[in-house]
Design a protein around this ligand. Structure first.
Ligand code: ADP
Ligand code: ZN
Ligand code: MG
Length: 497
């Protein structure tokens, strides 16, 4: 992650910020992970040579007819269900007309007044505790446009080039209600939205490759006023952090304008991350009139109750529910649960490891104490960790049984990260020489018994669980190099007397 420049715009006093309430609604485009496009059989593969994944349909040649991709519909329905939306039995595709070089037909096939799904929500956590539902107005299906390439090519000074590989890629657009009241809430909404979509597996949500794109609508109103202020729409911001910064900037800009007695223009703005500010792109007067009308080349889309049920059965446990269950099942904290569920695959791995380990909470602790810092230093995400969850579980068991000390554990993690190897391999190679010499161990044990008469008494009075205390002491005294089973056996003999 690169450092985010401080918003260059006005820095308002907190009193002034308090005077106004921001209102934010987000429009998110998510590319569906189908093999082929939404209305033709062309591949959706990213990064293919320009204009190689094209056919008469996605080139918009006259007479070519669209055929709806069933998989895209299934994915869109699954996403709708994951976002608590109601799926319409019959939805209608519509033509959204506008002229742009990367839109070969002169219209985009989208959905308008009868979208696939409506009235959903995402529940976001609030800073003050508790949660808040952010409404989802609608989720509709549409096709993507192509890509204009303005620079980087030999003749870029003379021409704009068009790559139509992306033309006809299946998208869903998810429109939120204007329910967010701060840039942080918008950030939280996007984070959860992405997490949920990733869990369903219908998109990779890769922002760099354009599989997730977000437009932010921002307005402010005097606190206490019911009527919304005039909004500005910020388009094409390419990271969640930039979206947060852009919204912050825009809130301040609008407050400052209102305080100066100006009126907010309804307009589309662009965010410049280098400068940390937004610029006007086009005003409402220049806004498109899309002249929507029903697409005559496609039948109404019918997703009946049976199909909805079949798809619902494939809905995985979603992140929030999973966190709650993991907290209950493994005795881990809310924070642990958050870290361990950032991706579904990580959560799956953790659960597998936690089930195999003696103490799941220790597995979670080691992820925090041994993995996270080292991953950060290495600059990699947890699902690219050299030490797998299985490895973490093994290390947890070794510490749990006293076979290695936490100092040796740290050392083994250092070695694993330096070599890019998993824990079991490093442990096998580096495992501490164990003291198996009975006489040497007995000497240590006798010293510890002599030093802890109270505990010895307790043991002899029947509190045999206190043996764990003695094992720990011996392991400590032997710097983790005693063999735990042997220590146990010798201790029982000595204490039994
Ligand atoms: P438009 O007709 O300009 O496309 P919509 O009503 O369709 O506007 O809303 C588009 C997005 O803008 C939605 O996410 C919605 O929640 C949000 N939105 C609408 N009005 C406001 C407002 N006054 N302030 C902030 N966001 C708004
Ligand atoms: Zn095609
Ligand atoms: Mg709209």
């Amino acid at each position: 992650m690169s450092a985010s420049p401080k918003p260059a715009g006005p820095t308002l006093s907190s009193a002034l910020r308090e005077k106004y309430e921001p209102v934010i609604g987000l429009e998110v485009h998510v590319q569906l992970l189908t093999q082929t496009k939404i209305f033709c059989g062309c591949s959706t593969q990213f990064g293919a040579p320009p204009n190689t994944n094209v056919c008469p349909v996605c080139l918009g040649l006259p007479g070519a007819l669209p055929v709806l991709n069933k998989r895209a519909v299934e994915f869109a329905v699954l996403a709708s269900q994951a976002l608590n939306c109601q799926v319409r039995e019959t939805s209608i595709f519509a033509r959204k007309n506008y002229f742009y070089p990367d839109l070969p037909k002169g219209y985009q096939i989208s959905q308008f007044d009868k979208p696939l799904a409506e009235r959903g929500y995402i529940e976001i956590a609030q800073a003050a505790g508790g949660s808040k539902k952010i409404g989802i107005t609608r989720l509709h299906m549409e096709e993507d446009a192509g890509k204009s390439i303005h620079d980087g090519l030999a003749d870029s000074s003379v021409y704009t080039s068009i790559d139509l590989n992306r033309s006809g890629t299946p998208l869903v657009e998810i429109v939120s209600e204007p329910d967010m009241r701060s840039a942080d809430e918008a950030f939280e909404y996007l984070t959860l939205l992405k997490e949920i979509i990733l869990y369903t597996g219908v998109s990779d949500c890769n922002m760099e490759e354009g599989s997730l794109r977000c437009d932010a609508n921002v307005s402010v109103r005097p606190r206490g006023q019911e009527k919304f202020g005039t909004k500005a729409e910020i388009k094409n911001v390419n990271s969640f952090r930039f979206i947060r910064d852009a919204i912050e900037y825009e809130i301040d800009r609008q407050i400052e304008a209102l305080e100066a007695g100006e009126r907010i223009q309804q307009e589309t703005r662009l965010y410049n991350p280098q400068e940390g500010r937004t610029y006007s792109m086009r005003s409402k007067e220049q806004a498109h009139d899309y002249r929507y009308f029903p697409e005559p080349d496609l039948l109404p889309l019918v997703v009946d109750a049976r199909m909805q049920e079949t798809i619902r059965k494939t809905l995985p446990e979603l992140p929030e529910a999973r966190r709650k269950r993991m907290i209950a099942d493994y005795g881990i904290t809310e924070y642990d649960a958050r870290v361990l569920t950032v991706t579904k695959s990580l959560a799956d791995q953790f659960e597998e490891a936690a089930k195999a380990a003696k103490n799941p909470k220790r597995v979670a602790n080691l992820v925090q104490s041994e993995l996270m810092g080292r991953l950060k230093a290495k600059g990699v995400e947890i699902d690219q960790s050299p030490v797998s969850m299985k490895g973490v579980a093994m290390s947890a068991d070794l510490v749990e049984s006293g076979a290695i000390s936490s100092k040796i554990l740290k050392d083994l993690y250092d070695k694993a990260f330096a070599a890019g190897e998993d824990f079991p391999a490093v442990y096998e190679r580096e495992k501490p020489q164990q003291i198996t010499d009975v006489t040497a161990l007995e000497k240590i044990i006798d010293e510890i018994i002599a030093a802890n008469p109270k505990q010895v008494e307790q043991y002899r009075e029947g509190k045999t669980t206190i043996i764990g205390f003695f094992v720990g002491q011996v392991m400590k005294a032997s710097k983790g190099q005693a063999k735990p089973e042997l220590v146990n056996e010798l201790l029982r003999k000595r204490l039994g007397r």
